[in-house]
Design a binder for this molecule. Sequence first.
Ligand code: GDP
Length: 296
Amino acid sequence: MFDSLSDRLNGILDGLKRRGALKEADVSAAMREVRVALLEADVALPVVKSFIAKVKEKAVGQTVLKSVTPGQQVIKIVHDELVAMLGTESAPVNTAGLPPVAIMMVGLQGSGKTTSTAKIAKRLTEKDSKKVLMASLDTRRPAAQEQLKVLGEQIGVKTLPIIKGQLPADIARRAMEAGRLQGFDVVMLDTAGRLHVDAALMAEVQAVRDGVQPLETLLVADSLTGQDAVNVAQEFDGQVGITGVVLTRMDGDGRGGAALSMRAVTGKPIKLIGTGEKADALEDFHPERVASRILG
Ligand code: GDP
C-alpha cells in the first residue's frame, strides 16, 4: 500500500523545523505529493491543479508552528481547504414548495438513478413524513418502469400506474396531475439514462424539466468513474441545470475524489451519498469524512 500522505509530507518537510516559515520550494515539494495523493483518489486533473494553486498560496510564508510538524501543518491546510471546497454546510433535499413538488433525477444509465430515487423516496416518507409518488420516465429500457414499481412495492412507496407508449414529458405531467389530485407532497421523476451524454437525452430531459419545473434536479453519479463523472456533471449542469448531486457507490474501494471534482466543476452541493444496494443505504454527505478519505 501507499504511505499515507501525512508520512510522505513529514518526510519531505521534517528538515524545516528550525527554519521559521514555509518556503516556496518546500511547499512546492510538498504539493507534488499532494498532487499524487489527489490523483490516486481520482480527483480530476484540472481540479487538482486549481486546488494545489490555492493551497500553495495559503501555505507559502506561514510560520512553522512549534506544536506540530511542518508536514502536519501542511496536511491541515490541505484538509481544511478540501473541506471548504467540498462544502461545509449540509444540504438537505429541498421539498419546501407548493405541493406536489417535483424532484427530477438525472444521470447516465447504471449510475444508480433508479435505486437512488427509491432510497430518497423512502427517506422522505419515513423521516420527513412526506407522501411521495414515484414515476419512471424511462421508456427506452423495457424493464425500467417495472423496476421502479417493484422497488416501490418493496419500500411501501406508490408508483404512477404504467401506460405504455407515452412520452417521458407526458408521463411527467401525468405524474404531477396525479400528485395534485391525490394529495402527494412530492413527485419523484426517474428520467432515462444513456451510456453517454447525447443530444437526444438532453432534449428529453429538457422537455421534462420545462413541463414540470422541478424544485430539485439531482444528478446521480457513480463515484467510481472519476473524470467521466465530472464531464457528465458539466454537461448536465450546462444543459439542464442541476441543483445538487447524489454520489453513489461510496461503499466501494474508491477514495471519493469525484466528490471534490463534482463540487468544484458545478459549484452545486453533494446532497447525499449512496453506500450500498439496499434501500436504506443512503447517507448525508459529510465533507470532513470525505476529505480524510481523499487524503488517505
Ligand atoms: P440506473 O440505470 O442509473 O437507474 O442504475 P440502477 O439504480 O439500476 O443501479 C445500477 C446498479 O448499481 C444496481 O445493481 C444497484 O443495486 C447498484 N447501486 C446503486 N447505488 C449503489 C450504491 O450506492 N452502492 C452500491 N454498491 N451499488 C449501488
